[in-house]
Design a protein around this ligand. Sequence first.
Ligand code: FEO
Length: 393
Amino acid sequence: MQRYWVPQLKPGIHFVGSRDWDRRMFDALVPLPEGTSYNSYLLVGEDAVALVDTVNPGFEGELLAKLETILGDRNVDYVIMNHAEPDHAGGIPAVLERYPGAEVLATRRGIEMAQTYFGVEPEGSRVVTDGDTVELGGKTLRFIEAPMLHWPETMFTYVEEDATLLTCDFFGSHTAAGLYADEDEDLIPRTKRYFGEIMMPYRRMADRALGKIADLDLDLVGPSHGPVYRDIGQILDHYRSWARGETGNKVLIAYVSMWGATRAMAHQMAQSLGDRGVDVNLYDILTTDTGDLARDLVDARAIVLCAPTVLSGMHPVGTGAANLVRALRPPAKYAAVLSSHGWSGGAMKQVEEVLGSTDLEMVGYIDVKGPATPDVLEQVDSLAADLAERLQD
Ligand code: FEO
């Protein structure tokens, strides 16, 4: 039987979450090279006990063992569901089975989801709204609605006496390792990657949520993935910048190539931009981790998509990248497309259909028949010059 260490983050605030070292994919979309954690927090007051978020299905036994270690015969009075996605709420049925008197608290949409997904009974649940409080005895919990971070029902829980904010996905990062953010050397790139994957499409809501918590005293911030912040200043300015969609003199180039022509054009673009002082990230999307793309989309000012025509349309890997851009809604202002074909084009029409629904302004495109000749590479260099100039706008 596994033995568990249950860290106490502050008096009466215990980390009872789980580390999932083996998981390699999230939502069948987001790669997890370092696994992830499902952070759950137990708040023990003088009069009552609250559990904030639970764990992914499969980790319920670990959670219950940790609760019993801390509580002994004492009950859980409240299960606070900041977010209904199963990586945080999937353990609710097991917790309610063990502590049948516990009341589930969530936003209105959260309670609907708890009933639909987790079989929570109406009489065992209660809607809380912005500013509502619950007293545990020496711990006053205040709820802050923060929708779309990352589903419509999301909220934060603030423990007033402890200046502790529990934010579920917000401020999160995917890693199974570590406990405190100030001990994590890779905190910023990892958190940026998570922001790109999960928060970027909703960055206006993220900016609004940052405004709502701006005046809070924040001594401890606990997301439900990755390390806990003892100093939120470590990440706050980055989060503000990402949420506002601030971009740099930076271009993300994503390419897929069949016989080398598109690859040569992509590399010429990278060379020409780099030589003009532009920060470039170039990826062969066939072998690239989607999370790396998401991370670099957070602050890239332009995107260059490079993919050939195959079977009368854009190469499906290129189409997938275009669809990812459309879905993640990065703040980039400009786009360019490089393509090649053997005997008939088709890629350009297809990519225009996908990117046409975004706010990206197309600076230019080049579609060549056959190899990337010196003339073609000169055209690419010329397009790079235009793009580098536009980046200064
Ligand atoms: Fe970590 Fe949106 O769940």
